[in-house]
Design a protein around this ligand. Structure first.
Ligand code: HEC
Length: 132
C-alpha cells in the first residue's frame, strides 16, 4: 500500500516536472525563431517601434487574449508600460495549438514572472473564440 502510494507520488512528480520544463524550453526555442527578430533577445522590445513582451503590463492584463494575438496578429494603437505603439504585427497561422501554448507559457512564466501559466484547454478555447 505504502509502496504504491510512493510510486504514484513519483509518477505525479514526473508529470509535474515534464509539464514544467517542456513548454518552457520549447517556448524559448519558438520565441527565438519567430519573435526575437522584433521583440529582441530578452523580450525588451525596440524603442518606440516594438513593445516589450518581457515585464509588459499589456501581457499581464491581457493574458486571456495572448494566444489569439499570436495566432491572428494585431495592429493599431496600444499602450505598453505607458508607451504608445502604433505598429503592426502579422499573425502566425502556421503555429499549432501546442506551439502557441508553449510560447504563451514562456512569455507568461519566464518573461513576466506569472505563477499560473495556461493550460492547453485554455489555449484551445481561446483560439476557438477568435478563429478567422
Ligand atoms: C515583424 C515584427 C514582429 C514579430 C516577428 C513579432 N511581433 Fe509581436 N508585436 C509587434 C508589434 C509592432 C506589436 C505592436 C502592435 C501594435 O502597435 O498594435 C507587437 C505586439 C505584441 C504583443 C502585445 C504587446 C506587448 O508587447 O506586450 C505581444 C504579446 C507580442 N507582440 C508577442 C509576439 C510573439 C509571441 C511573437 C512571435 C510568435 C511576435 N510577437 C512576433 C511586432 C512583431
Amino acid at each position: 500500500m505504502k509502496r504504491s502510494l510512493s510510486y504514484s507520488i513519483a509518477a505525479l512528480l514526473l508529470v509535474l516536472i515534464s509539464c514544467d520544463y517542456k513548454p518552457r524550453n520549447q517556448g524559448r526555442v519558438l520565441y527565438e525563431k519567430e519573435c526575437q527578430s522584433c521583440h529582441m533577445e530578452n523580450g525588451q522590445g525596440l524603442g518606440k517601434l516594438i513593445p516589450p513582451v518581457a515585464k509588459s503590463d499589456y501581457v499581464v492584463n491581457h493574458r486571456e487574449g495572448i494566444a489569439c494575438l499570436i495566432r491572428n496578429g494585431i495592429e493599431g494603437e496600444m499602450m505598453v508600460n505607458g508607451q504608445l505603439y502604433t505598429g503592426k504585427m502579422a499573425g502566425n497561422s502556421q503555429l499549432t495549438e501546442i506551439e502557441i501554448n508553449n510560447l504563451v507559457h514562456y512569455i507568461l512564466v519566464d518573461l513576466n514572472d506569472q505563477k499560473d501559466p495556461y493550460q492547453i484547454s485554455e489555449v484551445r478555447a481561446q483560439l476557438e473564440r477568435c478563429k478567422q
